[in-house]
Design a protein around this ligand. Structure first.
Ligand SMILES: Cc1ncc(COP(=O)(O)O)c(C=O)c1O
Length: 370
């Protein structure tokens, strides 16, 4: 019986957090935050210590992603989901086209669909397939998802859009380790609780000059009702002053900054290479074992950030996950709930080490083969 299986102590990963977000916040960041004592926690976000922290984050992103100098690094509260609505309300002029391939890209489309001022169109593929998106002549915004967290699909290239259109990329679970040239995007946004190893609650968006100008213009349009909290002008002008419009969680910004400093030491290129190696390893493992298979059949769409591995029906993913959780080997590696598959979904985020991925895969193989 699987439930009698005892994981050898020497194989247990040094950290069990393999979930696809929230991700692994290193304990040393928590300790570092504690060591700031009275200097940050409990301080207004309008005061210099916090504004300097926000500035460091903004500059850290500029360096890491080599963001063109005429782009704005904007941030606010509410996470990526908040931007689903804010983009529909304040960036789309008349028509938006969404390319969808899973739960998150669909949620984004559904938010646009509800917006009364615009037309929203969906181009979808079945779950388990990838789609890069393409230009649509009568759309002024094209929306794609860099890494579809529910299915483990990443873009293999960015679509080019026509002169009057903008390209928006939800990069929530891929930003930082999935390849993406920011200069080819107009709105590149994400939450920090994935590769950037922080808590949730914040959104970060890199806006091209064109996107910034359009957002500021629509913010002046009196015929559209946009809730004040979703007004891009507020977000942009506060971010220019290294602030958020309303009070942020300082902890989230602090951890994000620590992670960015670490990632900047290696650089985006190196981190992509490290992610690709982990992805290569885990998909080879799934291909080699007769009782496993890669959910994403087309190799070019297989994610470097979230690996989805199907199990042969004679083994229960649920049962395996339970044993792994009980023995503190791995937490939160269930497949996305609405997909309803017999599946393991393992994050490959930067802080999850190659060695720990190897240990986890070895343990799963031992468990099944024992
Ligand atoms: C691709 C994608 N977009 C959006 C979101 C929503 O992010 P948040 O919960 O920070 O609003 C997630 C969350 O997992 C995601 O994976």
């Amino acid at each position: 019986m699987l439930s009698n299986f005892k994981v050898p102590k020497n194989l247990i990963p040094t950290d069990p957090r393999f979930g696809s977000g929230p991700s692994l916040v290193p304990m040393e960041y928590v300790k570092k935050l504690y060591d700031t004592h009275h200097e940050l926690l409990g301080t207004s976000h309008r005061k210099l210590p916090i504004r300097n922290l926000v500035k460091e984050v903004q500059e850290g992103f500029r360096k890491y992603f080599q963001i063109p100098s005429d782009y704005s690094v904007v941030l606010g509260n509410g996470g990526a989901t908040f931007l689903f609505d804010a983009i529909a309300l304040g960036i789309v002029q008349e028509k938006v086209t969404h390319f969808t391939c899973g739960e998150f890209s669909e949620k984004w489309f559904k938010a646009s669909k509800l917006c009364p001022f615009i037309k929203a169109e969906q181009v979808k593929v079945e779950y388990g397939e990838g789609i890069n998106g393409k230009d649509v002549a009568d759309s002024d915004l094209i929306c794609v998802t860099l890494n579809e967290t529910s299915t483990g699909v990443q873009l293999s290239e960015l679509p080019r859009v026509h002169e009057g259109a903008l390209l928006a990329v939800d990069a929530t679970s891929g930003a930082g380790q999935v390849p993406c040239d920011i200069s080819k995007t107009d709105i590149f946004y994400f939450s920090p609780q994935k590769v950037f190893a922080s808590d949730g609650g914040l959104w970060i968006a890199f806006l091209s000059k064109k996107a910034r100008e359009r957002a500021l213009k629509i913010a002046e349009d009196k015929s559209r009702y946009v809730p004040v909290i979703m007004n891009w002008k507020q977000a942009i002008e506060n971010s220019d002053k290294n602030q958020t419009y309303n009070t942020p969680a300082i902890t989230t910004i602090f951890y994000l900054n620590e992670q960015l400093k670490q990632m900047n030491e290696l650089g985006y290129q190196k981190i992509q290479e490290m992610a690709a190696l982990k992805a290569d390893y885990i998909y080879k493992w799934a291909e080699e074992k007769s009782y496993l298979s890669c959910y994403i059949k087309d190799k070019k769409f297989r994610s470097w950030a979230v690996a989805t591995i199907d199990l042969d029906d004679q083994y229960s993913a649920k049962e395996i996950i339970k044993i792994l959780e009980e023995q503190k080997v791995a937490y939160n590696i269930d497949g996305y709930r609405n997909l309803g598959r017999n599946q393991l979904r393992i994050a490959l985020f930067h802080n999850i080490t190659f060695d720990n991925i190897k240990r986890l895969t070895q343990i799963i193989s031992m468990l099944i083969e024992s």
